[in-house]
Design a protein around this ligand. Structure first.
Ligand code: SF4
Ligand code: SF4
Length: 314
């Protein structure tokens, strides 16, 4: 990867506004860093946030807060577009009229055990990349050195791999891998003709972030009339958030990239085509009815024979 490609990658990382050391680092690279309660800059990083969330981050946080995914998204996140094709992403929503994280407390992070991936990684940035001719992503790291963060002056050296272990990042990386690959696949698919249909972005949002709504979708009659998921597998999906999240990644690949993962029921394709045909006829009828009405309205303003525009007739 040359320097220009690396800079492009940095622009897409969660640390795009930050001074990232312009070097790709391997996991065995030593860094000097320590964060603890007595640093002068305590909480400075959480006072001005720009934190992108992964599906697993949301799952952990909403379960900790005993909230539904829909309520969590409303209260704690803001949507944004991850690319020019409108791929939906979500970020942590700061406090009202401010820039601080809603979970920040004087003692530090109020959701520490379930803090998001980006918070765990900081001040390291995870860079996943994939060339168009590659089937798997490659991982490397960069260091974020912001002036306000005094942790870089603390006398402790450790490798990035050891820092990741200390911060419990492995589990988050493992659970988010399928989703990261999906995002990379969408990004590396190259420019399409215009934006993808809105429905595919809505599906992406639901299966990625709104897991409770996705569960209802998977349990719905229309889903089960279309896809043949064995009863035992369905029971696991409906009871286990993480299994459902993994299923969501594969479902999106099935729908967005035609990577066969689910069996369609016999006749499901024909039934879908029939529904589309009925819908198309409805749309056409509505259009024709509206067009006739518009024509009527247009002519109703036009003076007709017998009308007199100038008052009394002689
Ligand atoms: S979730 Fe915790 S660590 Fe992350 S920005 Fe908020 S307070 Fe800071
Ligand atoms: S040392 Fe860095 S990571 Fe730790 S509180 Fe200060 S700004 Fe945040």
């Amino acid at each position: 990867m040359d320097e220009t490609q690396f800079k492009d990658l940095i622009k897409e990382s969660p640390f795009q506004e930050s001074p990232v050391t312009p070097t790709m680092l391997a996991g065995d690279k030593e860094i000097q860093f320590r964060c603890h309660r007595d640093v002068k800059c305590w909480n400075a990083c959480c006072a001005n946030i720009d934190i992108q969330l992964t599906p697993y981050d949301i799952l952990r946080l909403k379960n900790r807060l005993e909230s539904s995914s829909g309520d969590f998204l409303k209260q704690y996140t803001v949507p944004f577009e991850m690319d020019k094709d409108g791929m939906p992403g979500v970020k942590l929503r700061p406090v009202q009229n401010g820039t601080a994280c809603q979970f920040m407390t004087p003692e530090g992070c109020g959701v520490y055990e379930d803090r998001p991936t980006a918070c765990r990684y900081y001040p390291v940035a995870l860079l996943s990349m994939r060339n168009q001719d590659e089937s798997t992503d490659r991982t490397s790291y960069a260091l974020v050195q912001e002036a306000h963060c005094l942790g870089h002056q603390e006398p402790r050296s450790l490798t990035i791999d050891d820092y990741r272990k200390e911060q419990g990042v492995d589990e988050y990386d493992e659970k988010g891998r399928g989703w990261r690959q999906l995002v990379l696949k969408r990004k590396s698919a190259g420019p399409g003709i215009g934006r993808p249909p809105e429905l595919s972005n809505q599906l992406f949002f639901m299966a990625s972030y709104d897991i409770d709504r996705f569960r209802a979708f998977v349990a719905s009659e229309s889903f089960n009339n279309t896809y043949d998921v064995p009863m035992e597998a369905m029971a696991v999906l409906l009871a286990d958030d993480e299994a459902l999240m993994d299923f969501g990644y594969n479902f999106l690949k099935h729908v967005l990239f035609n990577e066969r993962f689910l069996e369609e029921r016999n006749g499901a394709y024909e039934a879908r085509m029939e529904r589309l045909k009925v819908k198309a006829e409805q749309v056409r009828d509505e259009y024709l009815a509206n067009r006739d009405k518009l024509e009527d309205d247009k002519y109703s303003d036009t003076p007709r024979a017998g009308d007199c525009a100038c008052g009394d007739k002689e």
